[in-house]
Write a protein that binds this ligand. Structure first.
Ligand SMILES: [Fe+2]
Ligand SMILES: [Fe+2]
Length: 499
């Protein structure tokens, strides 16, 4: 079994290396097109006439690509194992390089959106990768500049050198400035803020231009300011394409998915209002738990919003949506259990069909793990005189594979169990949450995810605090009535205060 897994990982790694080599060749081809369109000679003649440049560019790009490979090999090997990640990295590099090249060729070199690559990488991968890859991207642009525009158009060395500085400054500052951005408007604002330091770089590197041409000096600064804002606008425009094509989850996409106007949530609100309200509370609890153990709070919240969408198939079969008639009570325990346990798989299928991110669909599938549906199992035992197989009354699984899935599983169970409590004192809530976690541990529900005992203790305390405040004791409102003169005519409780 272990050998099978190792063989599979090795095969996937070999596949990824092949894809990596193909991506390198494609990147090189794109760069050569940029070199060749700048030269009036025939394409084949170009390689003969500029063989030394061709070799230098090939070797430079090869080393940059090898450095990226080693970076991921030692820092985040998972990125290399998945072919889709390799394609994403090279797509970002190629698209950003082409856009920078086109801006430089047809508008102005200082308008080039140098921060575009860093911003996209920041939101589609992460901050650490964005900072590193931005250095590689900047050097790539520098190589292209040196071997294309620079000597063909006779541009100043300062201009090529400033490309290098602008790439480092724009990209690195963009990562820092946009690191805490949570809205699309905030991203545009990052572009505006970024315009200041990057135009300062241009102002300082172009001091020699002041003597010869004041107008050009000021125009270069203006072009650079525009370039920073264009970086943010383009990042905003291109991000949804990368999100969908590579099925990546960005903060923006998560925010959109958790809007109550999102199609599936809107359906849940109208067709299964009880489930919708339950999901809102589970989302609130999951988010708090994720923050407490250092997990992705936005993802936990989104996953919890969608964890029960499978109930949309037959909303009336679930107690929270019933107003009187209880459908499962009219069916055999086996059939009832079958309907109930199917909602995890139905939710997964529905989310996949609606192209929601796999991470969210996986949580819907795993949020009950392989837990038994005790109510119907007990009923079946009672009716059959003890002849019931627990497997027929248990969820299909799999058990939670991630810490987020484990959080949603616990928050879901804790919410449902405490809602039914007649007494919501902290002691009772603590006892209930503890039993929910212990029961899941005893049934091996956390065996496939890397959640620790410390995490579970933190989650328990977070849930107790949150649920105690959700169900905190409310004093009864005094039943006072007033007559038309504003005088109290009935007063049963007048000595208590409102909460
Ligand atoms: Fe559920
Ligand atoms: Fe639920």
């Amino acid at each position: 079994m272990k050998r099978d897994t190792e063989t599979r990982v090795k095969r996937r790694m070999a596949m990824s290396v092949c894809v990596y080599v193909l991506c390198f060749l494609f990147l090189l081809a794109v760069i050569f097109v940029m070199l060749i369109v700048n030269d009036p000679s025939a394409w084949t003649q170009y390689f003969i006439d500029h063989i030394s440049e061709v070799l230098l560019v090939t070797v430079s790009v090869f080393f940059l690509v090898v450095i990226i490979f080693f970076y991921f090999f030692f820092e985040d090997r998972e990125m290399l194992v998945k072919t889709r990640n390799t394609l994403l990295i090279f797509s970002l590099l190629i698209v950003s390089t082409i856009i920078c090249y086109l801006f430089g060729r047809f508008i102005n070199n200082y308008t080039r959106p140098f921060a575009l690559f860093a911003l996209l990488t920041l939101f589609l991968l992460n901050r650490r990768h964005a900072i590193f890859l931005n250095f590689i991207f900047t050097f790539l642009i520098f190589v292209i500049d040196v071997y294309t525009n620079a000597y063909d158009t006779g541009r100043l060395v300062e201009e090529v050198y400033s490309t290098l500085m602008l790439g480092f400054v724009s990209g690195t500052l963009a990562v820092f400035f946009a690191g805490s951005v949570k809205t699309r408007a905030g991203l545009i604002f990052t572009g505006v803020i970024l315009a200041l330091p990057t135009s300062l770089v241009v102002a300082l590197l172009n001091l020699s231009v002041i003597q010869s041409d004041w107008g050009l000096y000021l125009a270069n600064i203006g072009y650079r300011m525009l370039g920073s804002i264009i970086s943010a606008v383009l990042a905003l425009a291109l991000m949804p394409i990368f999100e969908v094509v590579f099925n990546r989850l960005t903060l923006f996409r998560l925010r959109e998915l958790t809007s109550t106007n999102a199609p599936l949530l809107a359906r849940l609100k109208t067709d299964a209002p009880g489930t919708f309200n339950h999901s809102l509370i589970v989302a609130q609890l999951s988010e708090a738990c994720a923050v407490a153990i250092g997990e992705n709070a936005e993802l936990a919240r989104a996953a919890a919003y969608y964890h029960d969408v499978g109930k949309l198939k037959q909303p009336d079969c679930f107690t929270e949506n019933q107003t009187g008639y209880n459908l499962p009570n009219a069916l055999t325990p086996e059939l009832s259990a079958d309907i109930i346990r199917s909602h995890a798989k139905d939710g997964y299928d529905l989310l996949q069909a609606n192209h929601l991110p796999k991470q969210i669909a996986d949580v819907a599938l795993q949020h009950h793990g392989t837990l038994p549906i005790k109510f119907f199992y007990e009923k079946a035992l009672r009716i059959s005189g003890g002849d019931a197989n627990i497997r027929d009354y248990s969820y299909f699984g799999p058990t939670p594979q991630t810490r987020i899935a484990a959080i949603v599983m616990i928050a879901d169970g804790a919410e449902a169990a405490t809602r039914a409590l007649p007494d919501h004192s902290p002691d009772k809530v603590e006892k209930t949450v503890r039993s929910i976690i212990e029961e899941r541990m005893d049934l091996g529900q956390f065996a496939d995810c890397d959640i620790t005992m410390r995490d579970l203790t933190t989650i328990k305390q977070t849930l107790v605090d949150a649920l105690s405040s959700v169900h905190h004791h409310r004093v009864e409102y005094p039943s006072i009535r007033f007559n038309r003169g504003g005088e109290s005519v009935q007063e049963e409780k007048d000595d208590e205060t409102h909460d």
